[in-house]
Write a protein that binds this ligand. Structure first.
Ligand code: NAD
Ligand code: LMR
Length: 330
């Protein structure tokens, strides 16, 4: 049995993400959890003639049954931004939501691969880590911040400039998932040497603030949902492809605790200094993080971007961790 639970399944991301997951043969049970509307979403999806059984669970009393024995828990639960807000402004509401879902996962699905979408990702992932530590079930190889949308955006925006095929253009994006902490490594992409410094800076800024572009266009009706569902499904299905099917050489950039592969993370730490979490290229395997791969050579411009990112990222990490370590006992 391969059970995948989506927490926040009735939301703007949750619904299309669940639809995309319903198309996968790797999943036998798709469990949809939210505080509203999941019976309807589940009834609707359950009519699709693909392999997985779909169940809907609504409200905290049904959380145990929703999450129990899941192989993967994907969390897009919580509030999205409105124009003028930063992702950190969501912390007040989303930190508690993610904490409560992490507690349920630690109790009822401690071996699940945790894929965290809820913002601010830079802080919500440390929250999940600290919850799992308190329940003595922590394994840094199994907890992921989903930054795939940054990768998806980067390949779209850069391919428009250099004339490459977007779907096959791999653009590494490392760091965190908010503004200046998003670090596209364009110097590593063949064809970007044709771009002027001005073009490089413009497209870098567009990747870093791509989320704001959508928030502004939606004008109060939320943030990216459809592109996020695409990116979230790609990430969760790659985790399953590597773990359930044992397919090798699957690499995704994802925000992890660097203890997930201390030897592999040495190169990253030699560049960024002592930081606990960073989005890095990760080879996925049967147990989650198989290997942290090098972030590679940086241009002088990218080094400057790193200098701006690290203090903000460290602050976000401390804030997330402290929410649990200095909070009430769970
Ligand atoms: P949304 O408001 O459309 O949906 C959120 C869903 O979460 C709602 O259905 C709501 O009922 C549910 N929810 C609220 N509290 C819950 C709880 N305690 N348990 C379970 N479900 C709960 O929002 P959205 O547009 O789907 O965005 C969700 C989150 O994803 C936001 O925090 C947003 O910032 C984030 N996001 C992250 C990325 C990324 O790249 N990581 C991209 C886009 C959005
Ligand atoms: C994104 O990058 O689109 C998400 O993090 C949502 C947001 O708030 O921008």
């Amino acid at each position: 049995m391969v059970k995948v639970t989506v927490c926040g399944a009735a939301g703007g991301i949750g619904q299309p993400l669940s639809l995309l997951l319903k198309q996968s043969d790797l999943i036998t049970h798709l469990s949809l959890y939210d505080i509203v509307n999941t019976p309807g979403v589940a009834a609707d999806l359950s009519h699709i003639n693909t392999k997985s059984k779909v169940t809907g669970h609504v409200g905290a009393a049904q959380l145990e049954e929703a999450i129990k024995d899941s192989a993967v828990v994907v969390i897009p639960a919580g509030v999205p931004r409105k124009p003028g807000m930063t992702r950190d402004d969501l912390f007040k509401i989303n930190a508690g939501i993610v904490r409560d879902l992490a507690v349920a996962a630690a109790k009822f699905a401690p071996k699940a691969f945790m894929c965290i979408i809820s913002n601010p990702v830079n802080s919500t992932v440390p929250i999940v880590t600290e919850v799992f530590k308190q329940f003595n079930v922590y394994d840094p190889k199994r907890i992921f911040g989903v930054t795939t949308l940054d990768i998806v955006r980067a390949s779209t925006f850069v391919s428009e400039l250099i004339g490459a095929e977007a779907s096959s253009l791999r653009v590494p994006v490392v760091g965190g998932h908010s503004g200046v902490t998003i670090l596209p490594l364009l110097s590593q992409v063949a064809g970007t040497d044709k771009l002027t410094q001005e073009q490089l800076e413009k497209v870098t800024n567009r990747i870093q603030f791509g989320g704001d572009e959508v928030v502004k266009a939606k004008d109060g009706a939320g943030s990216a949902t459809l592109s996020m569902a695409f990116a979230g499904a790609r990430f969760a299905l790659n985790v399953l492809e590597a773990s359930v099917k044992g397919t090798s050489n699957i690499v995704e950039c994802t925000y992890v605790h660097l203890d997930a592969d201390q030897a592999g993370a040495k190169e990253t730490k030699s560049v960024v200094g002592d930081i606990d979490y960073f989005s890095v290229p990760v080879e996925l395997g049967p147990n989650g993080v198989q290997k942290i791969l090098p972030i590679g050579q940086l241009s002088a411009y990218e080094k400057k971007l790193f200098d701006a990112a690290i203090p903000e990222l460290k602050g976000n990490i401390t804030k997330g961790s402290a929410f649990i370590t200095e909070g009430a006992k769970l």
